[in-house]
Design a protein around this ligand. Sequence first.
Ligand code: NAD
Ligand code: FE2
Length: 372
Amino acid sequence: MNKWTFPTQIYAGPDSLIRLTEFNNESILIICDPFLKDSSNLTYVISLMEGKNKISTYTEVVPDPPITHVVKGIQYMEGIKPTIIIAIGGGSCIDMSKGIAYFGRKLKHMDIKSFIAIPTTSGTGSEVTSFAVLTDSETQVKYPLLDDAVLPDEALLTPLFVKTSPPNITAYSGMDVLVHALEAYVATAANNFTDALAQQAIELVFEYLPKCYKPTATDQDRMSMHEASCLAGLSFNKAGVGLVHAMAHQLGGQFHVPHGLANSMLLPYVIAFNCSHNPDVAKKYARLAAKLGFVSHNASEEDKLGSLLKAIIKLQRTLKCPMTLTDFGVDKATSEIKLNLMTDRALEDMCYRFNPYPANHDDIIGLYKNVL
Ligand SMILES: NC(=O)c1ccc[n+]([C@@H]2O[C@H](COP(=O)([O-])OP(=O)(O)OC[C@H]3O[C@@H](n4cnc5c(N)ncnc54)[C@H](O)[C@@H]3O)[C@@H](O)[C@H]2O)c1
Ligand SMILES: [Fe+2]
């Protein structure tokens, strides 16, 4: 039996920030990405609530948020006693805020009426997921924590903040959306509902990500990618992701490869690997390639899979994504030393469990070797 809900209330559209004008007499903590510090966008957000609420802002956010930053945020929050928490930023900011809101509610018994996420990247889908990815700085391990209690109560999707995203961040976070949807599509917990969400997200990414990468991107293009990100988040939150994510977390932990870029590097190899070991996966991806119009419905399964891989690689090239760790600036000798360690940790990563084929140690070493 499948039982699931979408508990996060989603407000989508250029006017979604109007929701913030509804608060009165609240203590509001805005946890925001440092790129917004002193910006007119942040001033605008504050102007929607100030006068009738007490507002504090906290900007101690870094990419791949370490657990120690969550602890510092909790200490800051204790002095504020917020009744509303608003996270505005990329996945790192939202994940860190999830940790802060979670501990505020569970450990400190704070009466936080609403935890609101406003994503500024079209990437992680974190605004609607039960995941928070935190890093142990001492061991360099990224831990995806899974608990419905970290789900934001509300998500506001507006193109306003994503507009300042530089091309490389648009590219990498956009590739993360594609990987969420393509992995969810064949993950062990996938079903017809999650497939529908994933398929729509994939279609939107292929159409709108190249447009968002260009300086001519319109608000409509940005909004479509933002919705793709949210759809993919809703899909993988139920279906799971897979080996690409389990392996990519190690590239992020060891070499600080941006999350979406690490996923992008591994994606074609893991798809080919999963297809060659699980005929149902091959069939499903082949059907998808034809549905997306990459190839005729009458083509062979092999041609259909080839067309999907070709479309992915074309997109990576359009977005100027480095294809290997060497391209990213990590020399081969350095990455080779970490191969065994990364493989052991990928096998322990919770995303591995949702991969449609149980890759073994040697398989994963072989897959990593493609991207050194
Ligand atoms: N919780 C989940 O469900 C989930 C899913 C996938 C990934 N993640 C995690 O999320 C993190 C990655 O998040 P991300 O890809 O959104 O990147 P990010 O949040 O790490 O941001 C990357 C950089 O972009 C900047 N930035 C963000 N938005 C910007 C904008 N609009 N304009 C200018 N600069 C901007 C940030 O300040 C930062 O320097 C990783 O830690 C990853 O593991 C979480
Ligand atoms: Fe991801």
